[in-house]
Write a protein that binds this ligand. Structure first.
Ligand SMILES: C[S@@+](CC[C@H](N)C(=O)[O-])C[C@H]1O[C@@H](n2cnc3c(N)ncnc32)[C@H](O)[C@@H]1O
Length: 269
């Protein structure tokens, strides 16, 4: 398949067509992970409800509540999966994994590619206990600590970047100045939580800083955020219905991320 200069709806529909079968398998695996890790015992089935009542007194201070919080919407997980399949990157970087939901999707794509490694940076290590061992083995490294120190220390080139971390303007300025120069020109970058509203300033400082940076460099971007580009989201949804993968795993559907290809612009790194 031809590489697209800008990720856009027709390209993404093509990716759904090409990798639809593999995606269906991954979605079944992720749904299983979601049910066992994210859904409270008492909500899983009537049988679980009875079992939960019986073992609750012995469950300790943490109880039987879910151990994993999933923060990314279905399409937001599927799009990176499909793009990772198409691009076959060697070194993927994720800032940050939180409980490992996005991480498990990324690692599923690398497993299905039979190629590539992921490095994730976070202040907390909750993802380590949630990411399935068979996905992590040989392809995942979690680096603990402030990404602002750790990524600079690593200094290795990045073939695909996923940003979903501190959403402040200061953090955005840091990664645009310090992480983007490590990103290979032409590589896809995904920044989550930009368009919770049509006006990104209503959410946090990161979105306006990133959009301004892209505009100054003339870099086009794509979003299927419900608040910004509902027609793209509807097109993807319609297509997912025809592929019989429209049932939701995670309940939220804002899909506030943007996607773009990194461009090296002389004198503006
Ligand atoms: C929104 S959550 C990531 C959600 C995750 N991508 C998912 O889909 O489930 C943000 C994460 O950024 C981490 N974080 C915030 N500031 C950070 C920093 N300076 N360095 C590294 N991680 C940071 C937090 O610990 C948290 O786990």
């Amino acid at each position: 398949m031809e590489t697209k200069e800008v990720p856009d709806t027709p390209w993404i529909l093509e990716l759904y067509r090409e990798h639809g079968e593999a995606l269906r398998v991954v979605r079944a695996q992720m749904r299983r992970l979601y049910r066992t890790r994210c859904v409270p015992w008492r909500n899983r089935s009537p049988l679980h409800k009875v079992a939960a009542r019986m073992v609750q007194p012995f469950a300790g201070p943490v109880g039987l509540e879910p151990r994993m919080l999933a923060q990314s919407d279905d399409e937001h997980c599927e799009l990176p999966y499909l793009m990772l399949r198409a691009e076959r990157p060697t070194r993927v970087v994720e800032i940050s994994p939180f409980h490992g939901w996005s991480t498990s999707w990324i690692l599923s794509a690398l497993r299905d590619n039979g190629h590539g490694r992921l490095v994730s940076y976070d202040l907390i290590d909750a993802s380590r206990r949630n990411v399935p061992a068979e996905l992590a083995a040989g392809r995942w490294e979690l680096v603990l600590g402030d990404a602002r120190q750790q990524v600079r220390r690593d200094g290795e080139p990045i073939d695909f970047l996923l940003m979903d971390s501190d959403h402040s303007a200061e953090f955005a300025e840091w990664y645009l100045a310090n992480v983007m120069p490590l990103v290979r020109p032409g590589a896809i970058v995904c920044v989550d939580d930009v368009f919770h509203h049509a006006d990104p300033a209503k959410f946090d400082g990161e979105g306006p800083v990133v959009l301004d940076w892209l505009q100054k460099r003339g870099v086009p971007w794509f979003t299927c955020a419900k608040a910004k580009n509902p027609s793209a989201l509807n097109a993807l949804r319609g297509h997912r219905v025809t592929l019989r993968i429209s049932d939701r795993i995670h309940t939220s559907d804002a899909n506030p991320a943007i996607f773009f290809r990194h461009r090296e612009v002389a004198g503006t790194a």
